[in-house]
Design a protein around this ligand. Structure first.
Ligand code: ADP
Length: 151
């Protein structure tokens, strides 16, 4: 059976930190589905979801084992729909840990076939943060070194 992982997130924007998690995840999984979700606590996106979908697809154009989709349902249900047995997430710090700890437990309550796998951030990418990138971009700063594509 294929090992399929879902990598869910807001990806507003998708960063080199996210790319690193996907590339390292490919050592563990046969397929990774990057799922751009509407986070109910982050209603208003800065980067259009369709633009981000296109940019992420462009980033992984040479990796057929990576696919990209947009979703607005429970992550645990989406995983079941795509036969994904795993959720992939990145961990940068204790704040990420506190949050991830509870969502992974709820996700497993909702779908007991689902395991969440965490990869610790690569140190050189630990400070790469979507919300800071949005601020820099808003005031015309150069964000290109944080992104794996041009925007
Ligand atoms: P969410 O809104 O679901 O937290 P994000 O797009 O902010 O979505 O992040 C998606 C996942 O990527 C999360 O697991 C987050 O911890 C992880 N992540 C974000 N930035 C980095 C980074 N620089 N290095 C490693 N993991 C990261």
């Amino acid at each position: 059976m294929k090992r399929i992982a879902l990598f869910p997130g807001s990806f507003d924007p998708f960063t080199k930190g996210h790319e690193d998690i996907v590339l390292r995840g490919l050592k563990l999984f046969d397929e990774i589905i990057i799922a751009i979700g509407y986070n109910s606590q982050k209603q208003n996106r800065y980067f259009e979801i369709e633009l981000m979908e296109e940019k992420i697809k462009e980033t992984f154009i040479t990796r057929p084992e990576v696919s990209v989709l947009v979703y607005s349902e429970l992550t645990a249900q989406l995983a079941a729909k795509y036969n994904a047995g795993f959720i992939l997430r990145g961990l940068r710090n204790t704040t990420d840990f506190e949050y991830e700890n509870s969502i992974s437990q709820v996700n497993r309550d909702l779908n007991d076939a689902l395991e969440t796998v965490f990869l610790i951030t690569s140190p050189e990418l630990a400070a790469v943060n979507s919300s800071i990138i949005r601020e820099v971009h808003r005031y015309d700063g150069d964000v290109s070194k944080y992104l794996p594509y041009t925007i």
